[in-house]
Design a protein around this ligand. Structure first.
Ligand SMILES: Nc1ncnc2c1ncn2[C@@H]1O[C@H](COP(=O)(O)OP(=O)(O)OP(=O)(O)O)[C@@H](O)[C@H]1O
Ligand SMILES: [Mg+2]
Length: 511
């Protein structure tokens, strides 16, 4: 690697390595970062990005190599020590506590207290309010964690991290679950913080964001550095080449020219409940219907209703011409509806159980009834899933919680698709998934549609919506504000319709 040009970088990582047991996950990683610089750290799922950041922020201790911070040897034994040295991290998975207010979340563990040790609520909420407004976030400090949208949770996490003006701010996939507009506001915030002299490490699988915001990029592949480059000296293909080892063509599957004559597989007519106004949608056999929208426009209630978590209380649903009722998640599964939730840690996975048990949860249920299940078939299924989805794990007996974020998402996918569904409801299916695996998942969805599976793709990723959908509808305040045919797809067209109804009374248009 060439020597970095800075005379006095804030952070110098030199030959750092880390192993878990016999498994080496970081090998001889070296890079440097200066104040006022944004470093983007990219790499496939399991490449070692979060592990490296956990070392810098005191969550893990490295085995070999050295780290220098502001010229001094640095090896934080605890997060508190790293914090004291001016390093703040926003972890990949949200740590917002649902029962605490925004202000309590921001000051958690460090609340202002009076002489009796009681929290000064007024002072804390006032501080939070001024911090949030300085950062340009309009979130009321008294709101509860549970009521925040994904974007707001991310904003509150960032506020908690920057409240003590760290020298180095680490953001581990801050935009993964955000809509394009919300992600843009995180990037703008990074630019403002950088202008104050803060150094920032930013992890993202969205290469467009990396190209837009990074002054310097570091690529990891299987724990080794494959690229360090300054802004202007790398492009999208260089990143992919360094991450994957080759360039990627045909990220998306071919879509059929016309699905107009395929029978309707799934239809909603005026379906609603307390959180969702009546909505009408129809999806043909083999069709991918994209659902776009700004943050929090009804996407989650729609997904929750279809998987039986928060059922519709009004309207009429049909699957293959027959009346459909989905009063519970079990009923959804029995009807042939598979749904991949956006929050894998809450709805998707048993983190402490081994990967193999997480994988076989639903197929076990099915096979148990027929008496056909055996340990051997569970083993075979788990192994086949690992290969098919390229799940990166040292052993299938590892608890799923030990997997990297993207690999956890692959386990969710593999499990839900163990039985071929009639309707597949996807909510942010590739959140946190690397480019190569994303492409594999897209082709898998393409294969399912060839066999007639209808897909409802609820996503904030415009590139994904455009690449995969046959038709896109936009949600605005829980209602359908527009529909776009594949020939008219563009980011601008989607954003335009997603920001409000075009004409009074614009309603769902059946295919
Ligand atoms: N506590 C642990 N015990 C054992 N293995 C671990 C542990 N933490 C991480 N690993 C392994 O280290 C490797 C690197 O994981 P890491 O979380 O750093 O990846 P990542 O690059 O952040 O991936 P992603 O993009 O999916 O978040 C993975 O193979 C993971 O399973
Ligand atoms: Mg990670």
């Amino acid at each position: 690697m060439t020597a970095p040009p800075d005379a006095f970088p804030l952070l110098v990582v030199d030959g750092v390595s880390k192993a878990f047991g016999r498994n080496c996950v970081l090998k001889d990683v070296s890079f440097s970062l200066s104040s006022g610089e944004v470093l983007a750290l990219v790499g496939e799922n399991g490449a070692g990005k979060s592990t490296l950041m956990n070392i810098l922020s005191g969550g893990l201790v490295h085995d070999g190599g050295s780290i220098r911070l502001a010229g001094k040897a640095f090896s934080p034994a605890t997060p508190t020590e790293a914090n004291g040295a001016g390093i703040a991290i926003v972890h990949q998975e949200t740590t917002i506590l649902p029962d605490l207010t925004v202000a309590e979340n921001i000051f958690f563990g460090d609340e202002p207290r009076n002489a009796f040790g009681l929290i000064r609520q007024g002072e804390m909420h006032a501080h939070a309010a001024s911090l949030l407004s300085t950062l340009g976030f309009s979130i009321a400090p008294h709101r509860l964690g549970r009521d925040l949208s994904a974007a707001e949770r991310q904003m509150v996490e960032i506020a908690g991290a920057v409240r003590r003006s760290p020298r180095l701010l680490i953001l581990d996939e801050p935009t993964a679950s955000l809509s394009a507009a919300a992600a843009q506001s995180v990037l703008e915030l990074m630019a403002r913080l950088k202008a104050t002299g803060m150094a920032i490490v930013f992890i993202s699988h969205r290469l467009g964001e990396v190209l837009d915001s990074a002054d310097r990029v570091v690529v990891l592949k299987d724990g080794q550095m494959t690229l360090e480059a300054l802004r202007g000296a790398f492009d999208r293909n260089d990143l992919i080449q360094a991450m994957v080892g080759r360039t990627l063509d045909n990220v998306f599957p071919e879509r059929p020219a016309d699905l107009g004559s395929a029978p309707i597989r799934f239809a909603l007519e005026d379906c609603g409940n307390t959180t969702l106004p009546p909505i009408s949608i129809a999806v043909r056999r083999g069709e991918v219907l994209g659902v776009a929208g700004l943050e929090g426009q009804g996407q989650k209630p729609l997904a929750d209703a279809l998987c039986g978590l928060q059922p519709f209380t009004a309207g009429h649903m049909e699957l293959d011409g027959a009346r459909l009722r989905v009063p519970s998640p079990a009923a959804a599964i029995a009807a042939g509806i598979a749904s991949i939730p956006d929050d894998r840690r809450r709805d998707g996975l048993a983190l402490t159980l081994p990967i193999r048990h997480n994988l076989s949860l639903f197929s076990l249920r099915r096979s148990a009834g027929t008496g056909l299940l055996s340990i051997a078939s569970e083993e075979a299924f788990a192994e086949a899933s690992r290969q098919r989805y390229a799940i990166k794990a040292f052993s299938l007996d590892q608890p799923v919680g030990q997997l990297s974020g993207g690999n956890q998402q692959k386990v969710v996918f593999a499990r839900w698709l163990a039985n071929e569904p009639r309707l597949l409801v996807l909510h942010e299916p590739t959140k946190g998934v690397d480019v190569q695996t994303k492409s594999e998942i897209y082709h898998l969805i393409g294969k399912l549609t060839e066999r007639g599976v209808a897909v409802l793709l609820i996503s904030s990723d415009l590139i994904e919506l455009i690449g995969l959908s046959d038709r896109i509808v936009t949600l605005y305040e829980g209602r359908i504000s527009g529909e776009i045919a594949r020939s008219d797809f563009s980011e601008e067209a989607i954003m335009h319709l997603a920001s409000g109804p075009v004409a009074q009374g614009a309603e769902a248009v059946d295919a």
